[in-house]
Write a protein that binds this ligand. Sequence first.
Ligand SMILES: Cc1cc2nc3c(=O)[nH]c(=O)nc-3n(C[C@H](O)[C@H](O)[C@H](O)COP(=O)(O)O)c2cc1C
Length: 295
Amino acid sequence: MEQNVDLIRSTDIRTSAGVFTLTLTREDFSGTYPGMVRYTLRLVSDGQTVSVFRTNTYEYSPTVPLKAESVALQRADEWERNLRANPRDFAEYLAWRYRPRCMPIVPAADVMVVQGSPRADGNSSILAGWSAEAARDLGRTAQVLYLGDMDIRPCIGCYRCYNTGFCTFEDDLTGVIHAVKQAELLVICSPVYTNTVPGGLKIFIDRFQAYHAERTLTGGGPGPKGLLLSVAGRRGRANFRCVTAVIDAFMRNLGIEPAGEILVDGLDEIRDVRRIPGLEERVRAAVQACLAPSR
Ligand SMILES: Cc1cc2nc3c(=O)[nH]c(=O)nc-3n(C[C@H](O)[C@H](O)[C@H](O)COP(=O)(O)O)c2cc1C
């Protein structure tokens, strides 16, 4: 048993369908969040895991009259009771519950570019296109994600991702995380909306909590580099204060190494980033610098 794992219960259940072993363990996750504990109920038959149920203390909001440990114990009692009563069907049902998740496909690429504006053909879109072209010019693959076209539900703060390392929702974000993990560079293109990132991009960012959970459970490792390209209508660097803070927190939280930013202000007057002399070259150079081999 691992160092921070305590065995709470282990029961052998002898049935007409064979012997099942049900174990309940408790893991201290306080290194991730204060007081976080994860409980794992595992059913094993013939040395093979039939099913797993996990729950953690952060799943239960302040007004929910349940405790993770009592939920785990109740679940253990329920599994034992049902296995004794109807071993074959119940084991089959549990195995079905534990089936592998289907992974929505987002093509992997060396450079993943997030187009975070709801305007499909706006300034962020132009920056995204320049970034992808710059990567392709170096012989790298690039993929632009248009968040407006994707099915990404907002995070509901259930903390279940700390049970398993993946989100409770199976939507487009599942595939995005898979692709970002493998990328060399993540480029975020965002307009300033009411001093921060647009809602769709914030939803995208919050849902990456599942990747934080996965990194916590697996020990993490170095992530891709991260580049921020942002546009604002008003003039002045102060307009980007929240965008840079949000994106910096997002990247650092996930082991993404912030590798630069280009902040373009005054677009209410200029309207079109293509009218800014030298900007395309700056964007291309920034992307290519991130892809240069480190010495
Ligand atoms: C809802 C909304 C809120 C905005 N809020 C700000 C803001 O707080 N500060 C600012 O400088 N520009 C603001 N802008 C202007 C945009 O940042 C600017 O038009 C930008 O070029 C839009 O980028 P896009 O073409 O990629 O969508 C806002 C625009 C919209 C539509």
